[in-house]
Design a protein around this ligand. Structure first.
Ligand code: PBG
Length: 322
């Protein structure tokens, strides 16, 4: 006699729904959006079918559509003109620049939308690195000053959450202090806590022309071989005052999501990055997989691993389905 029959809990859709442990909803999602200069233009990112770079006027319309679908949090990334890039990423705090102006307009038009900004030098840096480059090295402490200037400028424009994606040491505490001193104690920090030196960022760097001009990012982003190191980063970010801990990429790092969720009480965010999106789209376009089912299954796997929040290029597609 078989005494245990787990299949009883799978015998009908109603029972399966009843015992389902995890669900993804639009409330969990953050939609990354790309911004370009100009008017009335959108251009599709070649390696990310269905994802566009928008001029601000069209971006506002896109956000309006997304809000109607229930997506209310957006992570904004700028594609900066090469001519405006320099060693110190000065364009990142230019109030009249593309990025800051757009944030201001979005918050004016949609005060209830939550805007997450990216704090890192690479989109504005002539070196294509996340920090200041001196004699071929990425210098940590001087970079913090630039990051703080950038973060305060973003907060002044109404950013709700700042997302330091640079992986410099001590930046969460430094930014927390800088924001508080400037009167922005209500601005949240979603730290890119365990950000790995990953090949999965390729399509994103193509979209923003932000690939490093020399070398790689291995002296600041983490080694994909390591998990204990993620605990060190998470402990520091927690002590330094982060409000969310992010793991990036997501799919090859579900164990890290679980590790942080098991050991820390802050909400964990997973960044379902550009390369993960591109792989699903490419295989689906060939008819090799069912893109929609894979989208749902992979997003669910991130929740199951322990992510409370998911940043994903699938956000709109997810909201539109059924
Ligand atoms: C840069 C940054 C990157 C991403 C988000 N912020 C790329 C990088 O570190 O080179 C990648 C996002 C994606 O691939 O979707 N600070």
């Amino acid at each position: 006699m078989i005494s245990h029959r787990p299949r009883r809990n799978r015998k009908s859709q109603v029972i399966r729904d009843l015992v389902q442990e995890n669900t993804v909803t639009v409330n969990d999602l953050i939609f990354p959006l790309f911004l370009i200069e100009g008017k009335n233009k959108k251009s599709e990112v070649k390696s990310m079918p269905g994802i566009f770079k928008w001029t601000n006027d069209l971006l506002l319309k896109e956000i309006e559509q997304c809000m109607k679908l229930g997506i209310k949090t957006f992570a904004l990334f700028p594609n900066i003109n090469d001519k405006l890039k320099d060693k110190l990423a000065t364009e990142s705090w230019n109030k009249k620049g593309l990025y800051l102006q757009s944030i201001r307009e979005i918050k004016k038009k949609f005060p209830e939308a939550v805007i997450m900004t990216d704090v890192a030098m690479d989109p504005y840096s002539s070196d294509g690195h996340d920090g200041i480059v001196k004699n071929g090295e990425i210098v940590n402490d001087e970079t913090l000053e630039v990051l703080a200037r950038m973060a305060i400028a973003q907060a002044e424009c109404g950013a709700d959450i700042i997302g330091p994606s640079d992986m410099m040491d001590g930046r969460v505490g430094y930014l927390r202090d800088a924001l508080d001193d400037a009167g922005f104690s209500k601005v949240s920090i979603m730290s890119y806590t365990a950000k790995y030196a990953s090949a999965f960022y390729g399509p994103f760097r193509d979209a923003l022309d932000s690939a490093p001009k020399f070398g790689d990012k291995k002296t600041y982003q983490m080694n994909p071989a390591n998990s204990r190191e993620a605990l060190i980063e998470a402990e520091l970010d927690t002590m330094e005052g982060a409000d969310f801990l992010m793991v990036k990429p997501a799919l090859s790092y579900l164990d890290i999501i679980k590790l942080l969720n098991d050991n820390f009480n802050l909400p964990i965010a997973a960044y379902n990055v550009s390369g993960e999106y591109a792989m699903v789209k490419a295989a689906a376009a060939k008819g090799w997989i069912d893109g929609q089912k894979i989208m749902n299954e992979t997003l669910l796997s991130m929740k199951r691993a322990g992510a409370t929040v998911i940043l994903t290029y699938f956000a709109k597609e997810f909201a539109l389905q059924k």
